[in-house]
Design a protein around this ligand. Structure first.
Ligand code: SAJ
Length: 428
């Protein structure tokens, strides 16, 4: 089949490579000329496990071409960004624009697949934007986890939501060429909603863990121990509190549900608010433990990525924390083992960062931080306050080095009204 994959991001490119490796002729389309040059020149590199090997295999077969422009094909796969606009609704402009570009190329029987995460009803809208009678439209939401992307792309079950049975059947036949998981057929709005529900479920559950931990702080109860005990119930699985939710999916997708029905969605909205306010909550925790406002404090922040062991800082709550600390007059130094620069933040040497700060906040649960050797820990300044907002540090090793580590939910009573008082004093 001739397949045109439009959008070669973290979903589109691996998808294009899998189809190319499965024997299809693939045209990869993107607006990023540098990426296309790298792909054509054989110099593309990715930190994602297995992706470089797959790319080299495809290069040797010669089944992937790239272009800035779509061409006539049997199948179009749209893997385009659908960010959140400032008014908390989905920005579908990239999809609309591509719909206009492929419209003259689509024929009766052409399969148009939307992989991007979208509000319910968007696949139907896409059909109207393209408006070619007999063309087949399907929503096939992506479900991959950065860091384990290729494995999940092949082995996860996939939802296939066609506007018609014929469209679903065509998509099933296509995805069978590399997906080993089950292909579950439904209609397009159900597929759209199922994808959004997956990430909303996770967001609400993370918010619950964060909220329970805040309540435990007020009561002087160990949230981590209580969560561990509650999770021994066979039907309970409370997640971990942290710095909030990052990445471009979980912090965004719940809004695509609530935008559709204004009169409902209170739990979903509240969860978004809780998770979004978590970086500022952690700032208050730091002030409480240190007993002073962050103004002038030398804060060493460990981690820029939105979650552990990835080099992705999209919507990272670590960056939000950095912005808050900067706004409030803290001095800041940053380290991340996988990211050298994110926005204005440049990763520095860990020894330098730890030796400089009079407080340390762990913002990302990179496994690297679990194994910081004692000779480096000895560089941490005496009397530094260490707040592990991700529960990743091996506290016993830090303790042996004479450093007390504070964790969210560790059982200490944190009366954050004191931090609120400091805020009020700052404002006055
Ligand atoms: N987090 C916590 N506490 C936890 C678990 C996670 O604070 O107990 C934080 C993480 O640190 C991170 C955020 O939540 O900042 C989200 O991380 P994640 O690993 O839960 O998910 P993502 O955003 O990397 O990928 C999600 C996945 N969806 C689900 O697990 C339901 C993935 O399968 C989707 O494909 C992806 O969103 C997407 O593209 O939609």
């Amino acid at each position: 089949m001739d397949i045109c994959v439009i959008g070669l991001g973290y979903v589109g490119l691996p998808t294009a490579l899998e189809f190319a490796s499965a024997g299809h002729n693939v045209l990869g389309v993107d607006v990023n000329k540098d990426l296309l040059c790298d792909l054509d020149a054989g110099s593309f590199k990715s930190p994602e496990k297995g992706l470089n090997e797959l790319y080299r295999d495809v290069l040797s077969i010669g089944s992937l071409r790239t272009s800035l422009n779509p061409e006539i094909a049997d199948v179009y796969i749209l893997a385009l960004p659908t960010p959140l606009a400032t008014n908390k609704v989905a920005d579908l402009s990239a999809i609309k624009e591509v719909a206009a570009r492929i419209r003259p190329l689509v024929r009766k029987g052409t399969l148009v697949i939307l992989e991007s995460t979208v509000p319910p009803g968007t696949t139907k809208e896409l059909e109207a934007w393209i408006a070619v009678p007999g063309a087949l439209f399907v929503h096939v939401p992506e479900r991959v986890l950065p860091g384990n992307l290729l494995h999940e792309l092949v082995y996860n079950d996939r939802i296939i939501g066609g506007l018609t049975d014929e469209a679903s059947a065509a998509a099933v036949a296509l995805y069978k060429s590399f997906v080993k998981g089950t292909l579950q057929v439904t209609d397009a709005p159900t597929a759209e909603m199922a994808k959004l529900m997956e990430n909303t479920y996770r967001d609400v559950n993370i918010a619950l863990a964060n909220e329970l931990t805040r309540i435990c702080h007020c009561l002087g109860i160990s949230a981590s121990e209580a969560i561990e005990l509650a999770n021994q119930h066979p039907r309970v699985n409370i997640l971990r509190p942290g710095l909030g939710v990052g990445g471009h999916c979980i912090a965004v997708d719940p809004w695509f549900i609530v935008e559709k029905v204004e009169t409902e969605g209170s739990i979903i909205r509240a969860s978004r608010m809780t998770n979004d306010s978590q970086p500022d909550y952690v700032r208050k925790c730091l002030e409480f433990i240190k007993g002073s406002s962050v103004r002038g404090m030398r804060v060493a922040v460990l981690g820029l990525a939105y979650k552990g062991d990835v080099n992705d800082w999209r919507e990272s709550p670590a960056l939000e924390l950095l912005e808050i600390l900067k706004r409030q007059g803290a001095q800041i130094m940053v380290h991340d083992p996988l990211i050298s620069v994110a926005n204005e933040w440049q990763s520095r040497d860990l020894v330098e960062v730890l030796g400089w700060g009079d407080s340390v906040v762990v913002a990302t649960d990179h496994s690297y931080y679990r194994h910081i050797p004692p000779d480096i820990l000895l560089k941490v300044r005496r009397n530094s306050v260490v707040l592990d907002a991700r529960g990743v540090l091996d506290i016993s090793v830090w303790k042996k080095c004479g450093i007390q580590v504070h964790r969210l939910g560790d059982g200490t009573a944190w009366n954050l009204s004191q931090a609120n008082d400091l805020d009020a004093q700052e404002e006055a």
